[in-house]
Design a protein. Structure first.
Length: 271
């Protein structure tokens, strides 16, 4: 038997297998995220230099430094965060119990679902004229529009979570003697928690998406207000500062919700 044949048929050593596994290991998520961000900034810079009507990244950084130095950006961030968080928290706090009622009680579903579906087809931005007439031009209509966007996104997800609970789990609990209240607390709520958290993430995105339009209502500060004021003077760097700030804040808040989802639903199988 030739030495070549022996080498080809011999099993790989542990070191060789380890090296082969290392070569096949995919890049880390952090590395891919970093590469994606760098590529995006490079593409943006290239488009601006190619003649597109876009400010360059240094121009946007310069505008951000100017807004930070005079305290304008901090004030706008705080004002927008206050509106988004208030509307989102109120919308979620109402959406979860309403979604549970719709999913658990047939009568409540028949009474509430048509109205939820009706208002869900109306963009929250279309409510702005009515909100101004009924609620004035102070903070209340701004928060109400954001509240409505978050509520409609979260209530549907919560409702779907309840109706999608495995009936086998509910029937098994009944066989073991559990009453409706205990089944709801021990089976329905845990099983629908992933749906609720997904609905909260969607509701948070809707809240941020509605912010700019909500700050059309006689606002004097806020990221959306600042972007609209910059539009009048064709101040593209300031508009980009507002866009990037909203995106970063929304991403950070979404990551917090994703972290909470993983901690609260550790029993759920993930890819």
């Amino acid at each position: 038997m030739s030495l070549v044949g022996v080498g080809a048929d011999a099993p790989a050593t542990p070191d060789a297998r380890q090296k082969a596994g290392t070569k096949r290991r995919p890049p880390s998520i952090t590395l891919l995220n970093t590469a994606s961000i760098v590529f995006g900034i490079a593409l943006w810079w290239g488009l601006s230099l190619a003649g597109f009507k876009l400010p360059t990244p240094p121009e946007v950084v310069k505008s951000a430094v100017r807004l930070l130095s005079d305290g304008t950006l901090e004030g706008d961030i705080l004002a927008s965060l206050r509106r988004v968080l208030t509307g989102f928290v109120l919308g979620t706090a109402l959406a979860i119990p309403v979604g549970f009622l719709m999913g658990w009680y047939t009568i409540a579903r028949a009474l509430i679902e048509p109205w939820v579906q009706f208002f869900r087809t109306i963009p929250p931005l279309a409510i702005i004229p009515l909100a101004i007439v009924l609620l004035g031009i102070e903070e209340t209509p701004k928060i109400f529009v954001i509240f409505l966007a978050a509520f409609l996104a979260c209530v549907i997800s919560t409702f779907q979570g309840v109706v999608n609970v495995d009936k086998t789990l509910i029937n098994a609990a009944r066989v073991l003697g559990a009453k409706d209240g205990r089944i709801f607390l021990k089976v329905v709520i845990p099983a629908s928690t992933p749906f609720i958290l997904v609905g909260m993430r969607v509701g948070l995105g809707s809240a941020w998406a509605t912010l700019v339009a909500a700050e059309l209502i006689a606002a004097q500060e806020g990221l959306g207000y600042r972007m609209q004021a910059a539009q009048l003077y064709y101040d593209l760097p300031t508009i980009f500062v507002g866009l990037i700030t909203i995106g970063v804040l929304g991403l950070l808040m979404d990551r917090l919700l994703l972290f909470a989802e993983r901690r609260l639903t550790g029993w759920q199988e993930r890819r």
